[in-house]
Design a protein around this ligand. Sequence first.
Ligand code: B12
Length: 226
Amino acid sequence: MNTLINNTMNASTFESIVEAMKKIEEKKVLKLVNYAIREGATQAQIIEAIQRGLDQIGHYFEEGKYGVTDLMMAGIIFEEVLKLPSLKLINEESGEPIGKILLCTIERDLHDIGKSIFKSAALMSNFEIIDMGINITAQEILEETIRSKPDVIAISSILAEGVRYIKEVNEKLIAAGIRDQVKIIVGGLSTHRQAVEYTGVDAFANDVYEGVKQCKIWITEGGEAH
Ligand code: B12
């Protein structure tokens, strides 16, 4: 049983969202998500249900049951869910920014759903976000870091090849003599704790809320990366 399900989201609603997502049933997913929100589901619960469906879609893709068009459709559905007015309410930014995060998806990677979720979670925690978008090179990250002086660089890397470009980001910041002025956190399917050591970044988190918590620790308590 999923740890996120509690009395704010009925287990059968959760499973129905997973099923509808797996089958790429756009209208049904949106209807069920709206229903779940009315039931009191949190943003994290909804994201987890959709992500479970997406994981299955990923397996179907590997097995050849689904093609790239299906992946695209799945991505579109997730984006529509994130844009739902009922979910947007939970996304609203409020208060003074507590710090600045430079956010992007790494070079050659076009996946941006995880990045959008991290952005929502960071905005909810009153971070200012500079979203550079997708397919961003180490050189572009270096230039934007010099320009906007963020406290944290947050990188999403879904494709396995992303790890080497993230390593390049670290090397470029060191060469420019500014590595000690900024923290780097990475997240995504291709990243794992070992990647922290290989790439030289400060932290890894595949859970966006854990990632935002780490950024807060760096900003508000001057804490060290885990
Ligand atoms: C939707 C999708 C697409 C869509 C993307 C649409 C979009 N707007 O993003 C499209 C159709 C464009 C696409 C294309 C491709 N895809 Co694709 N895609 C997926 C799919 C089904 C879902 C990805 C997703 O959005 N998941 C939901 C989000 C929420 O999860 P997430 O990205 O992991 O993010 C979470 C965490 O990782 C974390 N996180 C993410 N970023 C960050 C950043 C920070 C700072 C932090 C703290 C946390 C964090 O938080 C998020 C929330 O929990 C996955 C399958 C899967 N199991 O995930 C395949 C998958 C990622 N794709 C894959 C492949 C192979 C491709 C293609 C190469 C297919 C092709 N032959 O053309 C292309 C590559 C294009 C490119 N150059 O990037 C493979 C990747 C294999 C690998 N590891 O390298 C997967 C795993 C499918 C598979 N099982 O084979 N894809």
